[in-house]
Design a protein around this ligand. Structure first.
Ligand SMILES: Cc1ncc(COP(=O)(O)O)c(C=O)c1O
Length: 504
């Protein structure tokens, strides 16, 4: 039987301090405490390849990869070497650094459908600049976002469309409208409803499903017929679908596109790329149109971030990174869906998405999407050394990582099944995780236990080592029954999972 991770003492101490001095206790909502179970690592101290270590020295195979920003693996040596040697020459000067031109050339070779590129630090910088540029180019105010895609920017034009829109004036919120993916008619209706008013449509080229019947091409034609631009947000698809982006895979030349995340293997660099006729509006040589303030920040072109991107693109050019991501992701998805079926959980746990960018869904006994079950699943895989808010692989996820992950998830699904048969609250320590985009917080801070719960006791008192800490109100007999059932299932299923891992 594997050793379960149970000690989060340092994490818990640091959490208290973090929430006192940092709103939200973290600098990215998706990494916050409310996204994770109570029994989880609060803070990571180091990462190497596909593994990370928390402040209590627990080790995990991880599948979040810095919100998908790390494609090659943590502390990937060639990227680190490029960064450190660049840093020794200084990181920010009075005039542009030579490496800005080198990085732009490398990018345009990697993404040949773009004619010009301008770098920045965050994906939101790029998407917001694309929106401003489209508005300037068309002289129009409205922008249309794909409603099936969850995130485009931290700026008001997008955050205003979410339930977490406090502080954003109605006047701004009313300038963003929506359409549906793979549904040309919904975009057509928008243009009918707002004739001559829409500057651009922005969407991800794909979130796993492919565009049907040349959808992207038809959408772009529709945009052009109506005087609008098509912007592809390749923050996730770039350097996961293909180094040239999903635009290369789907053979489309968008008017503008936005890259970030894996471009610098975790270092802060993003890019707005696109057709010269639009990008040039931000230049200092054009005289025919008003000047557009297009991406100009103090830290926008830090030299080490450029070095990280050049080194990252070099690896993609010479090594089978995409092939590796697809192979490992396919193996993981097929095996996990088989394991779920073997447990009879095919209607309750499902892995889907592009192999380089997998996600999973959790459903309750009634087949409804369930945060409680998501949180229980996270709790149980974390105990087994897997940190996976998604199932995003990197170039350094090895066959052994994948096999260990399949085994661990298979065990976790045994507990999941017990929770379906009994009651999820009995197995989950503390509150469920939450959606980031909600209008109000729950009454209790997300890092605190509910009053009267026995979470703290349960987390340390798992005598059997099965990790089934049961909550107050359970008789000893019932606990023994469930633990015995889980032990037997895990014994049977571990072998099964191992065999499945090898087959796929
Ligand atoms: C599709 C997409 N676009 C834009 C962004 C914004 O990127 P950033 O967080 O770097 O500002 C994200 C971030 O998650 C994203 O997933």
């Amino acid at each position: 039987m594997r050793e379960l991770i149970q000690n989060f003492d340092n994490s818990n101490r640091l959490r208290q301090q973090a929430h006192r001095i940092i709103p939200g206790g973290a600098h990215t909502y998706a990494k916050g405490d409310d996204q994770y179970p109570l029994l989880s690592p609060g803070f990571i101290v180091s990462g190497y390849g596909s593994h990370v270590w928390d402040v209590d020295a627990n080790e995990y195979i991880e599948y979040g990869m810095g919100n998908r920003a790390v494609g090659l693996g943590h502390a990937y040596a060639p990227v680190l070497q490029a960064v450190t040697s660049e840093l020794e020459r200084g990181c920010n000067f009075t005039r542009p650094s030579r490496i800005e031109v080198e990085c732009a050339s490398a990018f345009l070779e990697t993404v040949p459908s773009a004619e010009m590129v301008k770098f920045c630090k965050n994906g939101s910088d790029a998407t917001s600049a694309a929106i401003r540029l489209a508005r300037a180019a068309t002289g129009r105010d409205l922008v249309a976002i794909c409603r099936d895609h969850p995130f485009f920017s931290t700026d008001d034009w997008f955050i205003g469309t979410t339930p977490m829109n406090a502080g954003i004036p109605d006047a701004v919120r009313n300038l963003t409208v929506g359409f549906r993916y793979n549904d040309l008619e919904s975009a057509r209706n928008l243009f009918k409803r707002y004739p001559g008013r829409i500057a651009a449509l922005i969407l991800e080229p794909s979130r796993g499903e492919d565009p049907e019947d040349r959808y992207l091409h038809k959408l772009q034609a529709l945009c052009h017929e109506n005087g609008a631009l098509l912007i592809l947000d390749e923050m996730i698809t770039g350097f996961r679908w293909h180094s040239g982006g999903a635009q290369h895979v789907y053979d489309i030349v968008p008017d503008l596109s936005c890259f970030g995340k894996a471009l610098g293997n975790g270092f802060a660099i993003s890019a707005l790329a696109g057709k010269r006729e639009f990008m040039d509006l931000g230049g200092i040589e054009q005289t025919g149109a008003p000047r557009v303030f297009l991406l100009s920040t103090t830290h926008g072109a830090e030299t080490h971030a450029m070095a990280a991107a050049i080194a990252t693109m070099e690896v993609y050019r010479h090594e089978p990174v995409i092939e590796h991501l697809v192979r490992q992701g396919t193996k993981l998805r097929n095996a996990l869906n088989q394991v779920a079926t073997a447990h009879g959980l095919q209607n309750h746990f499902h892995v889907s998405g592009h192999p380089a960018c997998l996600v999973y869904a959790t459903f309750d006994a009634a087949g409804e999407p369930s945060q409680m079950f998501r949180t229980l699943f996270l709790q149980e895989i974390i105990r087994r050394g897997i940190l996976a808010p998604s199932l995003v692989v990197s170039y350094t996820h090895s066959d052994e990582d994948i096999e260990k992950t399949i085994d661990a998830i298979s065990e976790a699904l045994v507990v999941y099944k017990c929770a379906l048969d009994h009651k999820v609250e009995t197995f989950l320590m503390g509150r469920p995780s939450e959606h980031v985009f909600r209008s109000f917080n729950a009454r209790l801070p997300p890092h605190h236990d509910a009053p009267g719960s026995d979470v703290a006791g349960a987390s340390v008192g798992l005598g059997t080592g099965l990790g089934i800490g049961l909550r107050t109100g359970w008789g000893a007999d019932m606990q023994t029954d469930v633990e015995a059932g889980v032990a037997a299932s895990i014994a049977g299923v571990t072998g099964l999972a191992g065999r499945m891992g090898q087959k796929t």
